[in-house]
Every structure is written in C-alpha cells, then in structure tokens.
Write a protein that binds this ligand. Structure first.
Ligand SMILES: Cc1cc2nc3c(=O)[nH]c(=O)nc-3n(C[C@H](O)[C@H](O)[C@H](O)COP(=O)(O)OP(=O)(O)OC[C@H]3O[C@@H](n4cnc5c(N)ncnc54)[C@H](O)[C@@H]3O)c2cc1C
Length: 289
C-alpha cells in the first residue's frame, strides 16, 4: 500500500490528481475500521492530517467556512454557540476519543445514511466545497449524498470545507439508539428554526438510503408560523399543527427493516422526534423573544 503524506493543500490536490484511486484519511475512525477488518484494502492512502488549511475555520460573508479536518471536539468547543445543532449532534458521536479524532469532513466522505453530522448540515442548508487541481466547486449538501455511502465527489477531488449559516434561532438534534453513547442511530432528526430567513430546516438520518430533508414538513410549518405572524409575536403553536409536522417528517423518510429497527418503528420514532424537537425549539424561541 502506497502512503502519501502532503504537508500543504496544493500538494494534497496534486497528489490526488496523480493518484485518483488513493483513499484520503483524516481522523481515520472510519478508514481504519475498514482496513483493520479487511473490508477494504486501498492501493494508496493520502494522509491529510498534516494539511493545516483543512483544520482552519472562519467567516466568509454571512457564512462560516469550516475546514473538512475540523474535529467534532473542536466543533463543540469552538463553534457550539454558532452551530448548536451540529454541536448537539457532535456530542452524540462515539466517545471522547472518536470526537477528538473524527471530523465532519470524514463523516461527509463516508456518506453513511447514519452519519450524525448530516441531519444538522441538511437542516442548515450547508454547502460542501470540493476541490481539485482544476479548481473548486460548492454544492448543496442535499446534492452531495447520491446513494448509500456514495457522495458526489469526483475521483480527483477532495472535500475542502463546508459552509454554513450561523444559527439565527434555536436548533435541535435527537437520535434514537439502543443506548446513550457509542451507537449507530436507529434514526435521527435535526431541526433549525431560522427567524432571519423565515425558514424551518429539517434533516433525517438512518431512515432512507441517504440522509434526507422533509421538505413538505418544512413548508407546512413555515406557512403556519408566517400566516399567524408567529415569528414576530411568538405564542403557542396549535398542537394539531405540531402533530401534522410530525406526520410530514415521518412521511419524508424511506426506511427499511434492518437489524437496528423496523421501518414502521423508524417512521413512528421520527414523528415523535419531530414533534418534540419542534416543541423544545419553539419554547426556546418564545423565551428568547
Ligand atoms: C467506535 C466508533 C464510534 C463511532 N460513532 C459514530 C457516531 O456516533 N456517529 C457517527 O456519525 N459516526 C460514528 N463513527 C464513524 C466515524 O467516527 C465518523 O464517520 C467520522 O466523522 C469519520 O471522520 P474521520 O475524520 O475519522 O474520517 P476518516 O476515517 O479519515 O475518513 C472517512 C471517509 O472520508 C474520506 N475522507 C476523509 N477526509 C476526506 C477529504 N478531505 N476529502 C475527501 N474524502 C475524505 C475517507 O477517504 C473515508 O472514505 C464511529 C466510529 C467508531 C470507530
């Protein structure tokens, strides 16, 4: 196995262009499991841990641009106030060791339907920045997931960063699992209330071939809030509207029966998570208004 170790971003892109078959490694918390269990034996590996550019984050206009090599532990510590939904999801990832090594870029690279960073990125309408020696492009995270464990990056591309709006309102992330930590989600749900853009964002994990949004539920609840002027004068949202929101979230899922749960259970759990998440987030919005 060839081992490539660039020390700068241009060098990493040049190496990837010369070895499109090479597998990038960031924290290694997915890659090393695959290699150790002999599920995958890449001909070459590109170690990105010495590429300082990938570990940086900062503002870009209205957005935050976060390098793909920023770990979950740093998202929680350094960005928890600006990205509360992603920080909540990050706190549920693995164990402290995994959160210290594992990166959001690696989660995107694996593109597992169960990846915990994905629902909050979807709820926040994030962009993924891909780069190669030929230049870079940004695409909505909803277009990045193209199948189970498949993403839209071309062989010569690397994930440079993701771009995301800082929260303008409350956010939530909930995950159903058989225990509290070190567990792959049976299903998960992220919600973002965005009073600035008058938008409700959703993300669903582990309940479709890829992470997905619940567009009908988003439109429905944004309409309810807009019609009653609740963004400006927040008061209680009708229980029937919250129940309908839950139903629409469940309807957006395309779950299967597997070892972790049945499709019917996942749909039911999602409607409960959606109702609870909205109720918690709305209460927080009412209190802060
Ligand atoms: C014990 C354990 C518990 C875990 N718990 C969770 C959990 O609760 N929730 C969860 O979502 N995940 C969990 N994981 C999976 C894993 O930790 C995450 O998916 C993590 O985000 C992977 O990040 P990484 O930096 O370690 O990626 P790596 O393993 O380095 O890479 C993962 C994939 O991304 C690709 N890649 C990495 N960086 C780039 C880049 N810059 N450009 C292009 N491709 C790239 C790699 O080639 C590989 O395909 C767990 C793993 C373990 C071992």
């Amino acid at each position: 196995m060839e081992f490539l170790q660039p020390t700068s971003w241009p060098e990493a892109l040049t190496m990837k262009a010369a070895h499109p078959e090479a597998m990038p490694i960031a924290g290694g918390t997915d890659v090393m499991v695959e290699v150790n269990l002999d599920r995958h034996r890449p001909a070459a590996i590109i170690d990105l841990t010495r590429v300082a550019e990938l570990t940086e984050w900062g503002g870009e206009g209205d957005l935050l641009r976060i390098g793909s090599g920023v770990t979950y532990a740093r998202i929680i510590d350094e960005l928890g106030d600006r990205l509360p939904g992603l920080a909540m999801a990050s706190r549920t990832v693995g164990s402290p060791q995994i959160r210290n090594r594992g990166t959001v870029g690696g989660n995107l690279g694996s593109a597992s339907p169960a990846g915990d960073a994905h629902p909050p990125l979807l709820a926040m309408d994030a962009l993924v920045e891909l780069a190669s020696v030929h230049g870079s492009r940004r695409l909505p995270v909803s277009e990045f997931f193209i199948g189970p464990k498949r993403n839209a990056a071309r062989p010569e591309e690397l994930i440079a960063a993701f771009l995301i709006h800082p929260a303008s309102g409350p956010q939530q992330f909930s995950k159903v699992g058989t225990r509290n930590a070190m567990v792959i989600a049976v299903c998960s749900f992220a919600l973002a209330l965005d009073p600035k853009r008058r938008r409700i964002g959703t993300g669903i994990g582990s309940a479709a071939p890829t992470p997905v949004t619940a567009a009908d539920a988003e439109r429905f609840m944004a309409g309810v809030l807009e019609e009653a002027g609740l963004w400006e004068r927040p008061s209680e949202v009708d229980a029937s509207a919250i129940a309908r929101f839950g139903e629409l979230v469940a309807a957006a899922a395309r779950p299967i029966d597997d070892v972790r749960g049945t499709a019917a259970y996942r749909r039911h759990a999602l409607s409960v998570l959606a109702r609870r998440s909205f109720t918690w987030a709305w209460l927080e919005y009412q209190r802060s208004a």
